[in-house]
Unconditional design. Structure first.
Length: 351
């Protein structure tokens, strides 16, 4: 249903002033939305570019951006667009920016996974394969585990165990669960009882939300703010959407890989034409590619392909080094202590 305008030929005059710009496209197959946009452009009329029902291809978007001075002549199935006057290069750039701005973000139909089995999703560890950088020093041995407080009542929440290595594989353990690491006495004892990160099913609105996708939407935030969150200050916690999963042959795990976003990707990337989470400046993004295996290139490629299919911008993703990670366990030379160390491992989080 999207209009199709395919570029035939595009070139700029070699003159430094770029006084002539010719762009040839086919009008055949461009839906009425694109044709209306082209006609409106030549007549200098406004066109409802933000009408969500008029989502068309980039070619049609370019047609919308033509200004009053543009001259459009039709020849057979081709529309030749001659843009005269100086500043043709500026007009081209503006057209591209307009085209990206008109991309619908979030992508049409974007939502979290339907009918997710959250208990199975929370079973077993997750290893980050790629994610948006929050700290380049901590892109080693990132692992996530979740502890469900009450399987029969998920509304009681899940404890999220977070850690990574700093600077190198098996380097300093960055452990978000050790809130009492730099405290002592009564304060330290109190901190030891507070989980560093907790997750709750996202609030559900029966009027606007889709019940089938409710189980794949969580709110994640610091355990120290759990009480304020329960009292209604929801902004203290971030969205955690499970946007896609790969089924597992292991029935107890349910899923072998997962794409997680920090909510709906509402902001377009003008360079890729895809959508991203975070703010309009491209910061505070949240995108994670997770696998049940520490090193899983096959799943990573499947997730990248799925992310592109969903319209997610993956430009800011960076690979996480997992090869050779011990995840807090003792080095092989201290094998006698390895089992006890491993049992007290702090699970590493990708959120």
């Amino acid at each position: 249903q999207r209009g199709q305008l395919h570029s035939r030929r595009c070139f700029l005059n070699s003159s430094a002033r770029a006084t002539s710009f010719r762009y040839m496209v086919t009008s055949k197959g461009c839906n009425s939305s694109g044709q209306q946009g082209a006609r409106a452009a030549t007549e200098g009329r406004a066109w409802p570019a933000r009408n969500p029902t008029l989502q068309v291809s980039v070619g049609c978007r370019l047609a919308r951006s033509l200004i009053r001075r543009s001259k459009i002549t039709k020849s057979s199935s081709e529309t030749t667009v001659n843009m005269r006057k100086h500043g043709a290069l500026s007009l081209l750039l503006a057209s591209c920016l307009v085209g990206v701005a008109l991309c619908a973000c979030p992508p049409a139909g974007f939502d979290s996974v339907a009918d997710l089995d959250l208990v199975k999703y929370m079973t077993g560890p997750w290893y980050s394969q790629q994610q948006v950088a929050s700290s380049n020093d901590n892109f080693f041995c990132i692992k996530a585990e979740y502890t469900i407080r009450d399987v029969e009542n998920l509304s009681k929440g899940m404890v999220v165990h977070n850690s990574a290595n700093k600077g190198k594989v098996n380097g300093e353990l960055v452990d978000l669960n050790s809130l009492n690491a730099n405290t002592s006495g009564a304060v330290g004892s109190l901190a030891a009882t507070i989980p560093s990160m907790v997750a709750f099913p996202a609030p559900f609105n029966e009027t606007t939300d889709i019940k089938a996708t409710a189980s794949s939407k969580l709110k994640v935030g610091p355990g120290i703010f759990e009480l304020p969150y329960k009292l209604g200050t929801k902004f203290l916690y971030n969205d955690y959407w499970i946007a896609a999963v790969g089924p597992s042959a292991d029935a107890s795990l349910g899923y072998d890989w997962a794409i997680v976003t920090s909510g709906a990707p509402k902001n377009p990337n003008i360079l890729s034409g895809k959508c991203r989470t975070g703010n309009a400046l491209g910061t505070n993004q949240g995108l994670w590619l997770l696998s049940r295996k520490p090193v899983d290139p096959e799943a990573t490629q499947a997730m990248l392909a799925k992310a592109a299919e969903l319209g997610l911008d993956t430009a800011a993703l960076k690979p996480v080094t997992q090869e050779g990670c011990l995840y807090g366990a003792a080095a092989p030379a201290s094998s006698s202590d390895a089992s006890s160390d491993a049992s007290s491992d702090v699970a590493v989080a990708a959120v």
